[in-house]
Design a protein around this ligand. Structure first.
Ligand code: ADP
Ligand code: MG
Length: 396
């Protein structure tokens, strides 16, 4: 979708801001450009929408050499969000959001309807915030308006230059999470500039780590953290890169243990026999829909017990979806006393049981994450065992 071919930018004063840059961004991909101040990130962005021209090399958008496209037309295909947002102070939030549709000559009603739709999408109520002026908003709300405005004409490409740089860390994390959800819906091709490696890792499908005017490594977050290309990248991502990596390494089906499984409505005596036959100290209890409900210990089910499993089950509400990051798994294990956490095939509370993650297996997964060649398994390729296949399988 966006392709740089040997692009160099030397400013009039002789500063080489970008030197022989080549990379490609796929359609629907979010690439973060990360590096220290002055390394050429903003220059890279400005060349994409022709706010500045390369000295050498070519840039392609969807196969077209952008130097052959009229800049005004080019910019209609590209939304641009900057740190200073740049909202017009004397226009309302709704009018600000409708700026580009207006420029494109949309009818007023259509432009305003689109703006309202976009405000809603970024989590602002158009009937509450639409009539306000920028100074009446918080920093985080202004950033959202900036994103809404950039999306208003539905451009396939977004350039975002430190869009969340001016807000405090708590608001920033919130905006990042919302932005990721938004991107799942709109699937734009995005170049996102940040100087914050945490932000780059959290948001990027891939990360371009900038040195001085050139890219030192261009790869997935897991690869950059797991196998830095050189000492510069290793230093930039930080000594705690192994810990950061936990945030981008998913729990896989092969990390799970499979203790005995019983159902809430099973007779207790049968469950007791199963536990003894399998020499297991406890079993996972599932509800009628195959969702994890709790656990039952051997002591809770002495031989000859009356009633059903339901009478003796200890409730265990915590569960994780398969593919959740190891960091989340570690946090969940630390938070719950059971010493294990159920893993399901869907979001918390709604998924069917697949197996359990124990501290020992988590430890193995952590070692794997840190020691691996840097390529974690893409989520879609993580094998999902069916709940039926797991039921009744004994632990080793
Ligand atoms: P970043 O966004 O990574 O902080 P920039 O792309 O803004 O970096 O700047 C890269 C280098 O180019 C810096 O050394 C900066 O001082 C220089 N630079 C940026 N804009 C200009 C300009 N208009 N004229 C001269 N030098 C510039
Ligand atoms: Mg910059």
């Amino acid at each position: 979708m966006i392709r740089f071919e040997h692009v160099t930018k030397r400013y009039a004063d002789g500063t080489t801001a970008v030197d022989g840059l080549s990379f490609e961004v796929a359609e629907g991909e979010l690439v973060t450009l990360v590096g220290p101040s002055g390394c050429g990130k903003t220059t890279t962005m400005k060349m994409v929408n022709r706010l500045t021209e390369p000295t050498e090399g070519r840039i392609f958008l969807d196969g077209d050499d952008i130097s052959t496209i009229d800049p005004v037309r080019l910019r209609r295909r590209i939304g641009y969000v900057i740190q200073q947002v740049g909202l017009f102070p004397h226009r309302t939030v709704l009018e600000n959001t409708a700026t580009v549709p207006h420029l494109l000559g949309w009818k007023r009603a259509k432009a305003r309807a689109r703006a309202a739709e976009l405000l809603d999408l970024v989590g602002l109520d158009p009937s509450v915030h639409g009539g306000r002026y920028p100074e009446q908003l918080s920093g985080g709300q202004r950033q959202r308006v900036g994103v809404a405005r950039a999306l208003a004409a539905d451009p396939p490409v977004l350039l975002m230059d430190e869009p969340f740089g001016a807000v405090d860390p708590v608001v920033r994390e919130h905006l990042q999470n919302e932005f990721l959800k938004l991107q799942e819906q709109v699937r734009k091709t995005i170049l996102f500039v940040t100087h914050d490696i945490e932000e780059a890792v959290r948001l990027g499908d891939r990360i371009a780590v900038y040195g001085q005017g050139s890219i030192e490594q261009f790869d997935t977050p897991a690869a950059v953290l797991g196998a830095p290309a050189n000492a510069y990248v290793a230093d930039f991502v930080g000594a705690d890169r192994a810990l950061k990596r936990l945030a981008v390494t998913p729990v896989e089906a092969s990390d799970l243990d499979h203790p005995p499984v019983v159902r809430l409505d099973d007779p207790l005596s049968g469950a007791a026999d199963r536990l003894r036959a399998e020499a297991a100290r406890w079993a996972v209890v599932l509800d009628g829909d195959g969702r994890p409900h709790g656990w039952l210990t051997a002591d809770d089910a002495p031989t000859g017990s009356k009633g059903t499993v339901r009478d003796r089950t200890r409730r265990m509400e915590a569960s994780l979806p398969l593919g959740a990051p190891l960091k989340q798994a570690l946090a969940a294990l630390l938070q719950h006393d059971a010493g294990w956490i159920a893993v399901t095939d869907g979001a918390d509370g709604s998924g069917r049981y697949l197996g359990v993650l124990t501290p020992a297996r988590l430890h193995e997964a952590l070692r794997r994450s840190i020691g691996a060649d840097g390529r974690s398994v893409p989520r879609a390729e993580v094998a999902v065992e069916s709940a039926a296949g797991v039921t009744g399988t004994a632990t080793g």
